[in-house]
Design a protein around this ligand. Structure first.
Ligand code: HEC
Ligand code: HEC
Length: 258
């Protein structure tokens, strides 16, 4: 009798084991590559609260109600926290005319936790979703028009920023990303007005973002941009530098002739 070392069920056992391991491996891989979801779980709010008590409550109060050192955060929404902490403006080191943007002290998940906590104390503008930040189909010309009517008085026509009163300034927008632009519009940091979705619709915001992103892409093919202020600066530049050069040459020739 031939020695059958394989039990008829062995094939099934091997198959089952193989399927099991593939399944487990797949589950592990897909879990690690699955998009991170912004779930505002109870634990995230808890974590945000303890981060808040540690780093923010000295100025914003133990329940985000505000104090003499910082405004109330009730109703500012997750977008304001994402903007302020993401851009490194918060936590503020101490009294200042204006919070400056610097590398953030918090990780992405900590910022999300802080944002979830502040959103839990009062409803406000939420962090924009990827969908809201899509600008492929946005109207560039409309964006330019909206920018010139609503933003350029502070940020200048070129988007390079400008000085405001009392030592404050509207920052240069050439380094801002789409999310920052959206969040700045819906939360109105400091002197900036709030442009809610009723004043400027989501589509109009996308148009403005697209316009600014086009400006950011544009290099100056013709040499120095001179602040992109138009013919007056260009004329003045020629007048001073061009005429100046002619005068220098004339003086030099005169000196040589002596
Ligand atoms: C030293 C005091 C101080 C600390 C610490 C501080 N803040 Fe602030 N915060 C301020 C002041 C002052 C303002 C107003 C700033 C302005 O108008 O430029 C402000 C503004 C804000 C705003 C904007 C509110 C709005 O109306 O849009 C948010 C959001 C915010 N802080 C969140 C935080 C968070 C989160 C932390 C902790 C990580 C924090 N802050 C730590 C003083 C502080
Ligand atoms: C009244 C003046 C004013 C107007 C109008 C204004 N802004 Fe601002 N904007 C500011 C100031 C001031 C800040 C800086 C706030 C701070 O540092 O806390 C700012 C900040 C920003 C930022 C953040 C830049 C960064 O460095 O993180 C963006 C983006 C922005 N504004 C976009 C806009 C857009 C788009 C509009 C028009 C829809 C607009 N602003 C209209 C004054 C203004």
């Amino acid at each position: 009798m031939a020695l059958s070392r394989r039990h008829p069920a062995a094939v099934f056992a091997v198959l089952a084991i193989a399927l099991g391991t593939t399944g487990a491996a797949y589950a592990a891989v897909s879990a690690s590559t699955a998009p991170k979801q912004v779930v505002k779980s109870a634990t995230q709010v808890e974590q945000g609260k303890s981060l808040f008590l540690e780093g923010c409550s000295s100025c914003h109060g133990l329940a985000a109600q505000g104090s003499s050192d910082g405004p109330s955060l009730i109703g500012v929404g997750s977008a304001a926290v994402d903007f302020q902490v993401g851009s490194g403006r918060m936590p503020l080191a101490g009294p200042a005319v204006q919070a400056v943007s610097k590398p953030s002290q918090y990780s992405e998940s900590e910022i999300a936790a802080l944002a979830a906590y502040v959103a839990s104390v009062g409803p406000g503008p939420a962090i924009p979703t990827q969908d809201m930040l899509k600008t492929d189909g946005a109207d560039l010309a409309l964006g330019g028009e909206l920018f010139r009517t609503n933003c350029s008085q502070c940020h200048s026509v070129s988007g390079k920023g400008g000085a405001l009163s009392e030592g404050r300034w509207a920052p240069n927008l050439m380094g801002a990303d789409g999310k920052e632009m959206y969040e700045a519009m819906v939360t109105g940091p400091q002197n900036m007005p709030i442009f809610s979705d009723k004043t400027i619709t989501v589509e109009e915001k996308q148009a403005i973002i697209r316009y600014l992103q086009e400006l950011q892409k544009q290099e100056s093919p013709g040499g120095a941009a001179l602040g992109r202020l138009g013919p007056v600066t260009e004329g003045l530049f020629l007048f001073i530098v061009g005429l100046g050069a002619l005068i220098v040459v004339a003086v030099w020739i005169g000196a040589k002739a002596k």
